[in-house]
Each structure stands twice: as C-alpha cells, then as structure tokens.
Design a protein around this ligand. Structure first.
Ligand SMILES: CSCCC(=O)C(=O)COP(=O)(O)O
Ligand SMILES: [Zn+2]
Length: 221
C-alpha cells in the first residue's frame, strides 16, 4: 500500500477498526490479482465481538482490488447499519450475518468468484456438492490434521433472494453441520468461507481455491 490512509475521526462508525479494514483491503488486492474477485465481485467482512455482535462489511459494488478505508459499512447483528449516512452494504450481507451468528460465530467471512469455483459449482450441483479427499492442502482448513480426510463442499442454488439463501444456509448449519464445516459454493456464482479472524478466513480462501483448481483440472474441466 503506497498511500498513507487516514484514520477515521472519533465518532465515525468505523473509527478504531482501521487495522481490520486494512486486512480486508489486503485480501481484496490479493484476490483481485489472482482473478478471484474481479469485476466488483466478492464481499468481505470482519466481525466485532461483543454482547451484541456487529460486522464491518464491504459496501456494495466496489472494486475489490482498490478498496479504500471508507468502502466499508458497520452493521448490527441483524445486518442493519449502526449509524445513518453509511454506504449501502453488500447485496449479500445476510449471508455474512448468518455466519457471524451462533453457532458458526465466524470472526471473518470472505466470498470469491473464481473460475474454478464457478465451474465446479455447476458441475456438481445435481449431487448437492462434492467430496475433496487425499490432498495435503486440506490441512490448511482449520482443525484438519491429515490429508486422509474427506471434505464435503455443499452447493446451493444461486438466487437474487439472498435472505432466502441465507435461511437455506442456516438450515444446513443447524441440521448437518458436518457438511458445512468451513465453506460452501453457490451455483455458477462463488465460494463463501470463514475463519476465526481475517488471516484464517483468507487462508481458507487460498486453500479452497487451490483445491478447486486441482479437482477441476483432474476432471479435465
Ligand atoms: C459482478 S458481481 C455480482 C454481485 C456479487 O455476486 C458479488 O459478490 C458482489 O456484490 P456486492 O453487492 O457485495 O458488491
Ligand atoms: Zn457474489
């Protein structure tokens, strides 16, 4: 980052969260350069823990490769702005809200639109998802100690009704948590993953995107 970004003034909804915001901006630069967040696709969040969880989420429609500190919105646990006069938050805000809430209680949620994720999400949609097994890189997913692992990636149908999709995701989290342990794909759309903080969720994006390319190339897609 060449520019010296200014801190927010006292009383601004994003004041005090400059470091977390800069971590998300760094994700944007990296993911854009890798082709995973091009054309304003993707959205990113970091969760502010507390009695009442809050989120800082990317504003909608921003170029994720060139995010500024001001391109973020602070939301309450329902996904509503904590203060008026903020930008419009991501169109996919409610997916972040569901993943920030219990029982997932993510510390950061990241969403990418890679070519391999998009192709696999269509290829395996009729089976509801697909298994990844045997790759050493699986150990990059939190809590995975061996490559001798079968990791299920669920796929949800795409829709413009994000609150409805968020309810579907929540239902799977409640009924089949083992099937949605680290992330999911949306058909012909992209990947959602999360972690305890931005570094963990960023690692999960990198691991999934690596594995998706392996699976896709092996299939000859
Ligand atoms: C060309 S990207 C289409 C919208 C989308 O899927 C996305 O991830 C970005 O939406 P946002 O409102 O978060 O900018
Ligand atoms: Zn998207």
């Amino acid at each position: 980052m060449s520019e010296v970004a200014e801190s927010f003034p006292v009383g601004h909804p994003l004041a005090g969260f400059e470091d977390q915001i800069d971590q998300l901006r760094e994700c944007g630069r990296l993911f854009h350069s890798r082709g995973w967040s091009v054309g304003t696709s993707s959205n990113y969040s970091v969760v502010i823990p507390g009695d009442s969880v809050e989120l800082i989420v990317t504003a909608s429609g921003k170029d994720k490769g060139r995010l500024k500190r001001g391109d973020f919105v602070r939301l309450d646990q329902e996904g509503c702005p904590t203060q008026a006069d903020q930008l419009k938050s991501s169109a996919e805000t409610m997916l972040h809200v569901v993943l920030a809430a219990e029982p997932v209680s993510a510390g950061s949620i990241l969403h990418t639109h890679s070519v391999w994720g998009t192709l696999l999400s269509d290829h395996f949609y009729d089976q509801g998802g697909f298994e990844i097994e045997g790759f050493e890189m699986l150990k990059g997913l939190e809590g995975t100690a061996t490559h001798e692992t079968e990791h299920w990636v669920p796929i949800f149908d795409n829709t413009q009704d994000i609150p409805s999709l968020a309810r579907e995701v929540q239902a799977m989290i409640e009924s089949q948590p083992e099937k949605i342990s680290h992330g999911f794909l949306i058909r012909k759309h992209g990947l959602y993953t999360w972690g305890r903080d931005v570094f963990a969720s960023r690692r999960h994006i990198e691991v999934y995107e690596f594995l998706f390319e392996c699976v896709g190339r092996k299939l000859g897609l």
